[in-house]
Design a protein around this ligand. Sequence first.
Ligand SMILES: C[S@@+](CC[C@H](N)C(=O)[O-])C[C@H]1O[C@@H](n2cnc3c(N)ncnc32)[C@H](O)[C@@H]1O
Length: 510
Amino acid sequence: MATRRLRAFKRWMSSNGFEWSNALEFVDTPEEGISVRALCQLKEGDIVAKMPKEACLTVRTSGARQIIEDAGLSGYLGLAVAIMYERSLGEESPWAGYLQVLPKQECVPLVWTLNEVDELLHGTELHQTVQEDKALICEDWKENIFPLLDSAPSRLNPTFFGIEQYFAAKSLISSRGFEIDDFHGFGMVPLADLFNHKTGAEDVHFTASSNSVADDDVDDDNSNNDEGIADEEALAEKSSTDTTDLDAAHVENGNASDTDCLSDTGDDDPSMLEMIVVKDVSSGAEVFNTYGLMGNAALLHRYGFTEQDNPYDIVNIDLEMVIQWCSSLFSDRHSRSRVSLWRRLGYSACGDQNSEYFEISFEGEPQTELMVLLYVMLLPDNAYHMLDLSLSVARSGHESSDANLLDDNIFAIKSCNVSKRSLLTKKVRDGLLALADTREGLYGLEPIEDDIARLGKCSSVKERKLYHSLMLRMCERRILQRLRHYASEPFEINNHSSSRKKLKSTKRKR
Ligand SMILES: C[S@@+](CC[C@H](N)C(=O)[O-])C[C@H]1O[C@@H](n2cnc3c(N)ncnc32)[C@H](O)[C@@H]1O
């Protein structure tokens, strides 16, 4: 459908120096929002859209720049104030024609109620993260935005700077923001943010020409100081569409190109951003961008949707969960000493001191570090003491024959990247199965089949939150199923010669 808001947006783009190929059709539907379609075949290398940096909504370009800079705000916080400020100006804002195509907020878990977060995300990788985000963003608002309302010179309209408006702005930034350049930092890029995402199969890329220096005062860096949920790298691209037909587009849009692609002047105009076709697109197909390669938890977190069979999906198992499992078999003391030895061998988990975890890949393969930890935790006492001793001896510089006491598998894994399967003893496999069960228990008592059945009856459009949270749960639980399968597969005889042979063949292949 050619909607009024898209026509207004095109007029706004035309009067602000945007250019776009007439081969692009912008499609707007009440159910699914805006997307971009190809009206004829697009060829790799075509430039299909050009966006002036000065027309992007950033801290630098916003009328709130002075207020933001005087308050010492920057990064995502500053950009949120810029968005709220321009929204508060209504038709007076230079971005009015752009702001009216944006949703009030993006349906990311950050803007769900706490009850929805608890109910829909429990057990998933997102539950705790979103709870923490919500608390942190409330703090941000109290500390940084609320005081602005009191400061006389700014005279901001409190209706547009409330906590709800702040959450809405944050959701737009996380789902549609782009890194522009060193001068502008992170900002909203009209037109580029109309394209939808497809993991690993995008048609266009967002490109910024070489970093521009738009004025003399680039020394005050306000581009890197983020506190928010968006990851700059992952947010590097997006897209959209409208339903205006081609003829209408020609009439309405002075800057819609008469040819299928825009001219590439080849001189790398630093004032423009571009969307470039990276693979041929057939006529009639949707034109996708990529927001980065990420799993479903990250997609839902930042953009409010998930993808079935997303190969970048992962499940995490907390180090704490592994320690508890070990303590339940042995003792706290045993767990502590084994973790300590594992660390002294040079291993660590992902994350930081507050939250250490291991990743299970989409294929159900556990991170090597987890396999080694289980192996060390399950070593018989005498083998553990020998390993402990030989490590101390090796560390004190006496290598030679004592180094032979180092466990061959761990040594080989650490130093030579030998197959992880050499660590997959019967006990380690049982450990992985037990951990898969414990991790699965976080989802509650309902079996995965119930989630699959509910998902089958659920509409991705009308019940968006339920649909994507069920998809996240189901995909995570399928990874745990594959972990069980990985742990149950027949394994190779675990002896020195097999490790060594494998080591050689791995090296030869490289
Ligand atoms: C940059 S915007 C893309 C344009 C957007 N569709 C619109 O209506 O303006 C990003 C948002 O589009 C939606 N989106 C993008 N790719 C999607 C996909 N593959 N599946 C479902 N929703 C998607 C999500 O709501 C996401 O937060």
